[in-house]
Design a protein around this ligand. Sequence first.
Ligand code: P6P
Length: 340
Amino acid sequence: MNINRQYATLDEFTIKQYRSIPNATGELSALLRDIGLAAKRINVEVNKAGLVDILGDAGSVNVQGEEVKKLDIFSNTQLIGVLKHGISCAGIASEEMDDIVVFNDEISNNSKYVVMFDPLDGSANIDTNTSIGTIFGVYRRVTSPGTPCGTRDFLQAGSRQVAAGYIIYGSSTILVYATRRGVNGFTLDPSIGEFCLSHPDIKVPEDGKIYSVNHANFFLLSRGMQEYITNCQHKNETNGGPYTNRYIGSMVADVHRTLIKGGIFIYPGTTQKPAGKLRLMYECNPCAFIMEVAGGKSSNGSMRILDIQPAKLHERTPFITGSKNMVQECLDYCNTTPKS
Ligand code: P6P
């Protein structure tokens, strides 16, 4: 891991980005630094979760009907706190909150952005010390400045994101974020408590040899998707393989590996859940934005993820993302094989 000393920290990098854009107000840079601060606080608790009684169920169930681990609540609170008390965000939507949170104070009502996030994705894996993550997407508000933000500001297509990112709390803690100018990764250096540029200008390989899907759902998948997965298993030296299968069951970890090494990550719709499991607004849209800026491709099986016009905050979508040639081959199977 080569930590680039030219921009030693996330703060320096975002400030340099701001200084290089004519007429920039600095609000987006400030917002990204705010998220970095929340991530550092979440990281402290995630790292010691096994040692103090912050692990385990918080006794509540979130809007998704999932048991909420205490770290989910802590992470949600940290993100809301830094964004509400910053200068850049008018309000938020969170996986953990039934409805949007409108900050509605004079500064926030004049802020340019709204943020949607999953504060701690993969929380079902907390007890097993598996990598988990925070996922966020940033949108320019469409309602008039000077007024409280509203639902319209949040129900925007993913292509309207101005920035998106994730933090993966794993063997090291890495913050990856994308703007239209590129994707960059920052590794937390505990010795100075700062995210330092370690993965400049990330590009996802056009091809890969890793396919990532939960095989337990195989017989619930469409015929086309079954054919594609079987095709992956038949890859060998003569046709771009052999492939290997890697599935962590924590979206941020599976997406991060796909971004860095190439490959394809799939959470498809099933006969029981045609819309799949992953949420569009604060899981798939941010990851699709990052993957596309890095040169990859993301689809719901029939259309570009970032073109989906959302109807509800918590709607789900089938999700296929990764190396553009692998995603295209998957789509070819899904859209040509007769439906079973
Ligand atoms: P399954 C974690 O609970 C999560 O929401 C994502 O992080 C992950 O990709 C997916 O669910 C795993 O779901 O059904 O394969 O266990």
